[in-house]
Design a protein around this ligand. Sequence first.
Ligand code: BT5
Length: 279
Amino acid sequence: MRVLEVDNRQELARIEEPLHLQRVLDGLATRRLGAKLHYFAEIDSTNAYARCLAEQGANEGEVVLAEAQTQGRGRLRRSWISPPFVNLYFSVILRPRLAPVHAPQLTLMAAVALVDTVASFIGTPPTIKWPNDILVGGKKLAGVLTESSCDSDRIKFVILGIGVNLNYPVASMPEVIRQRATSILSLTKKNIEREAFFQRLIRDLDRCYGELEEMGFDSLASRWEVFFGLRDKRVRVEMIDKIIIGTAKGIDRDGALIVEDDHGERQRIVAGDVFPLED
Ligand code: BT5
């Protein structure tokens, strides 16, 4: 049985095109994800709310979904632009049996699932920009934000947050992202049924998460590498305390980015932003 909790603090009747959640839940047939769906017309951040639920003991697989976010967030206090009714913003509570050092694998697992879903809607696979961006034609279509809560030797929970631009016209994007972002609408020139995309994505996430839990990271890592757009390219990696220039080599089994610097040393990057260098 699947449970749907709808937050009625907002007047849902005002919404022109709300998600038809029953269409999402009908035939979802997932093993771990989506047994309970918390739906909001508007929220500050689905990740923030999912974290509160997880701290209060919510089960693995519960999903928080909102039509709009007022404080959607990216990494490093950056924001995620989240206008109403056109896109998807959701967070999944996971309780993986992984060591804390392996938590980054979940970001990469989500990227692989997103590639599969997006490819099924646009016909060609997108590329992945380490660690968490899904790009088409070099423009950002989706982002993943994973936030973990850990003890010294185990993960208590991970909040896996995903934002995807669906029926979002590039012309109505704010200036700060307009040149660098895209949407399914902009790529296909058609509005898509958001319910169908969401259902497919939850299924792909469920499948990839199951694969990670049951078979480990190796086969997901190989698939991730196929879509990694910067392999063997010259890159600049910006970290909090330094910048490295070198050649991107791929990822290791913990999901860290491997870059060979200009002294021939292999550098292992666990957090940062990677950019292609113009030759
Ligand atoms: C990310 O961060 O890409 C992770 C985004 C995760 C958003 C989801 S939405 C549901 C859940 N709840 C949340 O509060 N967050 C998650 P990062 O790599 O730091 O990229 C952030 C950057 O992407 C911004 O600084 C902008 O340049 C750009 N950006 C912001 N909004 C965008 C959008 N709608 N489409 C494309 N790019 C965007």
